[in-house]
Design a protein around this ligand. Structure first.
Ligand SMILES: Cc1ncc(COP(=O)(O)O)c(C=O)c1O
Length: 380
């Protein structure tokens, strides 16, 4: 089955008693057994639920993996991966990651004895250099939040294989419509399902996809033991949103390119980060590994720095000044005070995440309207 078919059909069967083409929401905590010791495939929703199984089947299929496990948020899915390790274990991580991931690693998991090295994974030699005897995993985010840096997934895959390390990729910005990290040797693909996969700013959820039965059963054990699972209704909403994923990603990418070209040519823009632009330092890698588009995430700085960025963000009318990304609505964000406020200023500065950086999640409205909005705000 092709990707466009899988997003609509994988995991979904008409409801057997009525033929309802949209499966019902299995909003039930528990399931009645046939008899003692013989259930019907489900017993208690923390462990598994039909609405969640349908979503997990669909996510595994579209990512090209065998198994998926869903969690109550993207962060809960990141946390589930990190529960595979023990004190003293070391993880090499992309330096430009979502602020919440950095906070979980640096503020919480470090206190439980895990060790982290944050390196610029766009340069594979830095990843290689950071590997120690105690290293257990390489954690890559690509494209990154918020500097939209791209990592060569095949190059990191070779390093992970050579050093026998677990290889996990946060592919939230790309989605399986544009990039499938398992094809590049990743063991685990992580998504904030909250973003493009769900696509409509209605659900917080996360997912892990893998080809390893062993990892899948560990992730399932963590789901039922920790209990950070999405509700049946949320799973149902995500399945609804997923049906248009390939269409939405085409439009997000088309609009993203148009907005990036507009901003790059604007005299008030100092620099811009979008992998579809030839000026992007990893444009060639992005072109090779992202199929059919570059998504809708753009970051840029204005010549007037923070003051000019604030003026722009306060002047947009169509774009919503809001946290989050990947929804149908265009959203504008100030990473330094919003998504990455938890990253200490000196760490932010060291990575090039300045106070003046503005991030746009380009939606699926008409591109002329999005550009007209930015134009009027930049004219202020
Ligand atoms: C790249 C990335 N990974 C993980 C997360 C965390 O996901 P959630 O907000 O669903 O917990 C986010 C949230 O913005 C993100 O942008």
């Amino acid at each position: 089955m092709k990707f466009e078919t899988k997003v609509v059909r994988a995991g979904i069967k008409p409801e057997p008693h009525t033929g309802a083409i949209v499966p019902p929401i299995y909003q039930s905590t528990t399931f009645v057994l046939h008899e003692v010791g013989r259930d019907r495939g489900y017993d208690y929703t923390r462990a598994s639920n039909p609405s969640r199984s349908q979503l997990e089947t669909c996510l595994a299929a579209i990512e090209g993996g065998k198994y998926a496990n869903c969690y109550s948020s993207g962060m809960a899915s990141v946390d589930a991966v990190l529960r595979l390790f023990k004190p003293g274990d070391h993880i090499v991580c992309s330096d430009d990651v979502y602020g919440g991931v950095y906070r979980l690693f640096d503020n919480i998991l470090k206190t439980y004895g895990l060790k982290f090295s944050f390196v610029n994974s766009s340069d594979p030699s830095q990843v290689k250099k950071a590997i120690r005897k105690s290293t257990k995993m390489i954690w890559i985010e690509t494209p990154t939040n918020p500097l939209i840096k791209v990592t060569d997934l095949a190059a990191i895959g070779e390093i992970a294989k050579k050093h026998k390390l677990l290889y996990a990729v946060d592919s939230t910005f790309a989605t399986p419509a544009l990039l499938r990290p398992l094809e590049y040797g990743a063991d685990i693909v992580m998504h904030s399902v909250t973003k493009y996969l769900s696509g409509h700013n209605q659900v917080i959820a996360g997912a892990l996809i893998t080809n390893s039965k062993d990892l899948h059963s560990k992730f399932h054990f963590i789901q039922k033991s920790v209990g950070a699972i999405p509700s049946p209704f949320d799973c149902w909403l995500v399945l609804s949103g997923l049906k248009t994923l390939s269409l939405r990603m085409e439009r997000h990418s088309e609009n993203g390119m148009a907005v990036a070209e507009f901003l790059e040519a604007h005299p008030k823009v100092k620099n811009i980060f979008y992998p579809g632009l030839e000026s992007h330092p990893q444009h060639d890698i992005a072109k090779r590994q992202m199929k059919g588009g570059f998504s809708g995430m753009i970051s840029f700085e204005l010549k007037g720095g923070l003051a000019a960025g604030k003026k722009l963000m306060n002047s947009v009318k169509l774009a919503a000044l809001a946290e989050s990304l990947g929804s149908v609505e265009t959203m504008i964000t100030h990473p330094a005070t919003m998504t990455h406020a938890s990253v200490p200023k000196k760490d932010r500065m060291a990575r090039g995440l300045t106070d003046g950086l503005v991030r746009i999640s380009v939606g699926i409205e008409h591109k002329d309207d999005i550009i007209a909005d930015l134009k009027q705000a930049l004219a202020k």
